[in-house]
Design a binder for this molecule. Structure first.
Ligand code: SF4
Length: 311
């Protein structure tokens, strides 16, 4: 069996920064250390930090007064920041700068009197955080079918923004339909779907024609990982999203000559390589590394951590 290993895959700059921030915060403050929501949407990563004593919470009220809290890579709304301030928490903001970019756009456009159509998935942490910046100005759009129901006129100032981890193709479909319905709608200066999401999708799009099966490492609640598996499926290939070796089933490989392995932006490389090794041994596989695009992006640690490190 041939195993094509997609590049780029796995950790992006935002996930690297968030994980490094949590490691650094553990060194500096020890436990108990709290994280609001999962630091990144990946089960192995969250389980490893739980084993080190990190406590993940879904509500700021669960955190004792005066403790230290990290905000995850997906960002938080001002309501959460205020709640943390009210509890006198030391807050470390590990929000990915590319998510912060969307927050800043939402604030700016809302101040300028725009109605913002946010293309994204209801209930996703990032969408909740972005909508919280300007709740009265933002309408969430999830599908093309919702567009005819939108009640805006030609005099209404309109702009669209997007979640960072969408399917490039699906978002484009919605944007085209929005432009058709509202020809005066404006776009963000630079698109919001992040480089990592785009590059991982590009690699799958490029390689999927050569394979019989697509295996995506990532968790079920990871938006960008789900989009990679969907991309395999829409290209007519059986595609599975797994957290690790234990979820891989033998029956998937019957008649398979070539498998594509990729990973969402929050899936650790050691887990990816564990799966590659499992398949290689079991099916006498050969591994081909395929580089579709080089990535060289890094984000600095949150200011709160670098300031403390200098003291
Ligand atoms: S997937 Fe994109 S937006 Fe999300 S953390 Fe990574 S770089 Fe940032």
């Amino acid at each position: 069996m041939k195993i094509l290993l997609a590049n780029p895959r796995g950790f992006c700059a935002g996930v690297n920064m968030a994980i490094e921030s949590l490691d650094r915060a553990l060194e500096l403050f020890g436990t108990p250390l709290y994280v609001y929501h999962e630091i990144v949407h990946n089960r192995p990563v969250v389980d490893r930090f739980k084993a080190k004593g990190v406590i993940f919470v879904d509500s700021i009220e669960e955190i004792p007064n005066g403790s230290t809290v990290l905000y995850s890579a997906h960002g938080v709304s001002p309501k959460i920041r205020d709640a943390a301030l009210a509890r006198n928490l030391r807050a470390i903001d590990a929000t990915c700068p590319l998510v912060t970019k969307v927050h800043v756009e939402a604030i700016k456009f809302a101040r300028e009197g725009y109605n913002i159509l946010l293309i994204g998935h209801e209930g996703h942490d990032e969408v909740i955080g972005t909508m919280g910046e300007a709740p009265a100005s933002i309408t969430l759009i999830q599908t093309v079918e919702e567009i005819p129901g939108l009640d805006f006129g030609p005099r209404d100032k309109l702009v669209y923004l997007t979640q960072t981890t969408l399917s490039v193709d699906e978002a484009q479909e919605i944007i085209v339909a929005l432009k058709h319905r509202f020809p005066h709608i404006e776009a963000p200066k630079k698109e919001d779907i992040c480089y990592a999401t785009q590059n991982r999708q590009e690699a799958v799009r490029e390689l999927v024609g050569e394979v019989d099966l697509v295996l995506v490492l990532g968790s079920k609640n990871s938006s960008n990982s789900n989009r990679l598996a969907e991309l395999g499926t829409t290209n007519g290939k059986r595609s599975f999203l797994v957290d690790g070796v234990s979820e891989i089933l033998d029956e998937w490989f019957e008649g398979v000559k070539t498998v594509l392995i990729t990973a969402g932006a929050s899936a650790p490389e050691d887990v990816v390589l564990g799966c590659v090794e499992h398949i290689r041994k079991k099916y006498n596989g050969t591994v081909e590394n395929r580089v579709v695009r080089e990535e060289n992006v890094n984000f600095a640690l949150p200011r709160e951590l670098t300031l403390l490190a200098k003291r």
